[in-house]
Design a protein around this ligand. Sequence first.
Ligand SMILES: [Fe+2]
Ligand SMILES: [Fe+2]
Length: 340
Amino acid sequence: MKRENVIGRANVEDTPELEAYYRSLEGESLGALWTVANEIEPWYPQPKSVPTLWKWQRIERLVRRAPELVSAEKAARRVVMLVNPGRKEWSAAAGLLYTGVQIMNPGEFTSAHRHQASALRFIMEGRGAYTVVEGERLTLGARDLVLTPNGTWHDHGVDAGGTQCVWQDGLDIPLMNSLDANFYEVHPQTVQKPGQPLDRKGWNRPYSPVFRYGWDESYAALRNSSAHSPYDGAVHEYRNPVTGGPVMPTIGAQLQRLRPGEGTRAHRHTGSAIYQVAKGRGSSVIDGQRFDWEEKDIFCLPSWAVHSHANASSTEDAVLFSFNDFPAMRALALYREAAV
Ligand SMILES: [Fe+2]
Ligand SMILES: [Fe+2]
């Protein structure tokens, strides 16, 4: 029991009588709030997730080993997950966000399925990767972003004439499971047959009608972005063109550009984010811990952690891709931000 000597906080000393009382409550599936109140109602968010950096240089060898050990078919989704040491039971990389690195050889594919979790992938390398979403086939190159929004049928693969491809998956599986709202279905066909293009007139689905966001256009938009924040640098948010809002109801994604030599001021906000370094090298300080990153490194930002970023180069841009749960936070009126 965490006691606090503050008016309005639980501060009850243990006695043999009370301990016996607690045991009898437990026997009836009951409990005394004051024994846990200070823990379950913290003064501010207390994430179990710890700031973590996964260096591509360290994990690459393990990712490349997966196809030697297990077939894409048997694994269904042959992915090496990035598991936060504080969130193992949720398979989360931070907060309620999941991420993994998927590797696929030419001619391999994942069978068609859909789930309640919203998903995106950010291509890391290779030629010939494709994703089929709702019967539409999208070809993907390095640093392209593709959405497979909640409830859409999708399958992925690499053309027989392509090269081994690697991409980062981002999903809100832990959020769906913590809300007890997850569903999973396998498509009646192993892979979707190309269908009619989706009718986008009067689009009213809760996610973007654009499924593929190419790197060249997105990076150009980032370079032209007038949205510059002292905390984030220049920002280009991937948007749903119909609403102007985030790409999916629970997950947002953005690019951040740090100009040569630029360092941001520190801030904090509710919501978690997973970053991948799209370009350049630099460092981030998260809750006092410094992480040095370079291209393809992945790191996580737990909710309410103080953070700042810096570009280590004096001549080149540094660009961070990230996805986050801010749309879910905002929908529940839980988003909060503070300068430090
Ligand atoms: Fe999926
Ligand atoms: Fe931030």
